[in-house]
Design a protein around this ligand. Structure first.
Ligand code: ACO
Length: 315
């Protein structure tokens, strides 16, 4: 199988910033508690923006940075759990807004916070059977719609946003080493759907998810490094799902990753689920921290349960 590389990234976050002080006026919490336990200071919430608006802006930025036109796109995947409509999918809405070709697959993928990684891997498989060599992968969430404002353990965590990547697949490029998995479990993290009669709100056992994450992140990293035949020192940059700053801190300490090789933007955006990883990638590319040839190890975990790691190169 031929591999993919990331050619261009983009992002979009809503205008409205919600601070910890704003939340302390709604639930019994404090800036001190939220900052110390999570590393989050602000998050963005949609007001007038739709999920599709976020996807379109992020995708347009990624296409422009990649120098790729819409008619060169061979597939479009939007990783999300919070689209505007179940049908049409967020990816079909995006296809229509951008004018992507009509003879390609455009679909949504639900793997919660690991969605962008699942989508990257899926895109690599798809592009191997497409005559077009570029794919559009978006991670986008409007999680503020799914927040239970009576649950202080979750309402402080989540934010809205979208990140996008245009990937390229070329003959002779090795496939991207990946370790991805799932274990069906609704006890740790659940958002009810139409079949349940329950409101679609995020329920989470934060302490158990934290434990799951702390165990899973190193397992994913070890498996990807082993598949790639690389050590930590060979990797140019590490990108972690931004769920809690303490989870990232534990991982970088365990692997002795120096500060210049990883990045946190959770203070600004909170946990944006499927958008968190591409938001980081886009900021890194814009800041010149990743350049053509950079090898980035990306690690995520989330509801489902789902998890994954992937070593991806920039073109
Ligand atoms: N403000 C003040 N106190 C709070 C708040 C709050 N916002 N939330 C909970 N507390 C209280 C609890 O009630 C509890 O009080 P008690 O001891 O009197 O019972 C105390 O703080 C400790 O609560 P814990 O839940 O044990 O706190 P913890 O240190 O575990 O932090 C947190 C909670 C931040 C949710 C953490 O567990 C976490 O980050 N978990 C991981 C979440 C995650 O990674 N999710 C990713 C997947 S999400 C997805 O896929 C969509």
């Amino acid at each position: 199988m031929n591999g993919i590389k990331i050619r261009g990234t983009g992002r979009c976050v809503p205008e409205k910033t919600v601070t910890n002080e704003d939340l302390a006026r709604i639930v019994d919490t404090s800036d001190e508690w939220i900052t110390t336990r999570t590393g989050i200071r602000t998050r963005r919430h949609c007001t007038t923006e739709t999920h599709t608006d976020l996807c379109v802006k992020a995708a347009e930025d990624a296409l422009a940075r990649a120098g790729v036109s819409t008619d060169e796109i061979g597939a479009c995947i939007v990783a999300t759990v919070s689209p505007d409509t179940l049908v049409p999918s967020a990816a079909c809405c995006l296809q229509s807004a951008l004018g992507l070709p009509q003879d390609i697959l455009c679909f949504d993928l639900n793997a919660a916070c690991t969605g962008f990684l699942f989508a990257l891997h899926t895109m690599e498989c798809l592009l191997n059977s497409s005559p077009r060599k570029y794919g559009l992968v978006v991670g986008a969430e409007a999680l503020s719609r799914l927040i239970d404002w009576e649950d202080r353990g979750t309402c402080i965590l989540f934010g809205d946003g979208a990140g996008a990547a245009v990937v390229e697949c070329r003959e002779g490029w090795p496939s991207s080493p990946a370790a991805l998995g799932c274990r069906g479990d609704d006890a740790l993290l659940r958002v009810a759907g139409p079949g349940t009669g329950e409101p679609p709100l995020i329920h989470m056992d934060g302490t158990k998810v934290f434990k799951f994450a702390v165990e899973t992140v190193p397992q994913c990293m070890d498996q990807v490094l082993q598949k790639a035949g690389l050590s930590v020192e060979d990797v140019d940059f590490f990108v972690f799902h931004q769920a809690n700053a303490r989870i990232i801190d534990l991982a970088v300490r365990k692997y002795h990753i120096p500060p210049e090789k990883y990045y946190k933007n959770i203070a600004d955006y909170g946990n944006t689920s499927a958008a968190s990883i591409p938001l980081v990638l886009s900021e890194l590319q814009e800041q010149g921290e990743v350049v053509p040839g950079s090898r980035v190890l990306v690690v995520g975990f989330g509801g489902g349960l789902t998890w994954g790691g992937m070593l991806i190169e920039f073109a």
